[in-house]
Ligand binder design. Structure first.
Ligand SMILES: Nc1ccn([C@@H]2O[C@H](COP(=O)(O)O)[C@@H](O)[C@H]2O)c(=O)n1
Ligand SMILES: C[C@@]1(CO)OP(=O)(O)OP(=O)(O)OC[C@H]1O
Length: 168
């Protein structure tokens, strides 16, 4: 049985007026927010896709269709918890998770710790297993023009050993 599974995820959402900006489950004060069927948390969507990829379970749209009213406005932390329940049912937990948010603005550094804590809690993982980076594109491309925000994530899932499950 393979003790490790690796996955990657990528997502983009458009910035628009009259939406709140939510990244990593943290509401960030900004004049614009991300457009989507859910809360459009682009970072959590990339992470969900990375976990689903590691499990060989397709992508977020397959599990939570954007045609289903049940997911309208939903907190993406709930989606991440559901994805992690699937991982746990298969006997996997987060080995480590690394991610990058690409945003020209706002400045995300002051919010990274709260995002890490939210993601660690949703994944039932130690905060030291979760890393979030932020970068601008120096004004280049759609993120640089402030039209949208993208995020990328890579996750390593590790098999929970039987002895650990039994706590012996
Ligand atoms: N939205 C952002 C983008 C970047 N940061 C922080 O600034 C550092 C430098 O970014 P560059 O794009 O100029 O390389 C970056 O490493 C982040 O720490 C940020 O907080 N919010
Ligand atoms: C998260 C879901 C939930 O319906 O909707 P959106 O917020 O539109 O996000 P996107 O990444 O475009 O598609 C995935 C959907 O599963």
């Amino acid at each position: 049985m393979n003790p490790f599974r690796i996955g990657q995820g990528y997502d983009v959402h458009r910035l628009t007026a009259e939406r709140r900006l939510i990244l990593g489950g943290v509401e960030i004060p900004y004049g614009l927010g991300l457009l989507g069927h859910s809360d459009a948390d682009v970072l959590l969507h990339a992470i969900c896709d990375a976990v689903l990829g590691a499990l060989g379970e397709g992508d977020i749209g397959r599990h939570f269709p954007d045609t289903d009213p049940a997911y309208r406005g939903i907190s993406s932390l709930k989606l991440l918890r559901e994805v992690m329940a699937l991982a746990s049912a298969r006997g996997y937990r987060i080995g480590n998770l690394d991610s990058t948010v690409v945003a020209q603005a706002p400045r995300l550094a002051p919010h990274i710790r709260a995002m890490v804590e939210n993601i660690a809690a949703a994944c039932a993982a130690d905060i030291h297993r979760i890393n979030i980076k932020a970068t601008t594109t120096e004004g280049l491309g759609f993120e640089g023009r402030g039209e949208g925000i993208s995020a990328q994530a890579v996750v390593l899932l590790e098999k929970i050993s039987v002895s650990e499950e039994l706590d012996v």
